[in-house]
Design a protein around this ligand. Structure first.
Ligand SMILES: [Zn+2]
Ligand SMILES: [Zn+2]
Length: 196
């Protein structure tokens, strides 16, 4: 008995120093040594070896309601598609990253950082194109305001005398064609040449 028991003991001590063995391990050792499973179980019991009973994993519910084993989002919910701000094509993003970014606004406000707007771009090209467009629009708005102020001040009756467009556009520092187009859009008319 002790002759057979000794290799069993050695294996158990060597492989499972914590004296906890996974389910099926004892039968496996019996097979390995060509002895009966009962014999291995008996010795293991004598040695105080415990068989670990795997705990039943709980179920979790994804935000979409899908019941699953994992605590993570289900594969379908793991990514979101957000349209590119510039071209509108859908861009795939990790849901967790988007949520984390949106939640960072309280922190950003504390650090006086600009608020995260959730803007998404396909690539650097789309980002640059968008940034240029926004910058131009700001410039145009500022230019229009200056032009309107000048015209309201000098020509409140909304008629620009004949022959003044070149001088006024020069004063504003914009091309004459732009000056004429913007002035017309704002409701000013250009007086015709008075016959002499
Ligand atoms: Zn889901
Ligand atoms: Zn894009």
């Amino acid at each position: 008995m002790s002759i057979v028991s000794s290799p069993i003991r050695n294996i158990l001590v060597e492989r499972y120093p914590s004296r906890v063995v996974p389910r099926g391990a004892l039968s496996h050792i019996a097979e390995e040594l060509g002895v009966s499973a009962q014999r291995v179980h008996k010795l293991a019991k004598e040695m105080g070896v415990r068989v670990c009973v795997k705990q039943e994993q709980p179920f979790y519910e994804c935000v979409c309601g899908k019941v699953q084993r994992s605590q993570r989002l289900c594969p379908a919910c793991r990514f979101v598609e957000i349209p590119c701000v510039h071209c509108g094509r859908p861009v795939r993003r990790l849901t967790s990253e988007v949520v984390a970014a949106l939640h960072s606004n309280a922190y950003r406000a504390g650090k006086r950082l600009p608020e995260y707007q959730g803007r998404v771009f396909c690539d650097r090209r789309c980002f640059r194109a968008w940034a240029t467009r926004v910058r131009d629009q700001r410039r145009w708005t500022a230019r229009d305001e200056r032009l309107r102020a000048l015209l309201e001040d000098r020509y409140p009756d909304r008629v620009i005398p004949w022959g003044l467009a070149p001088a006024l556009s020069g004063e504003m520092g914009i091309p004459q064609s732009t000056f004429r187009a913007v002035a017309r859009r704002m409701g000013w008319a250009f007086a015709a040449r008075v016959p002499t």
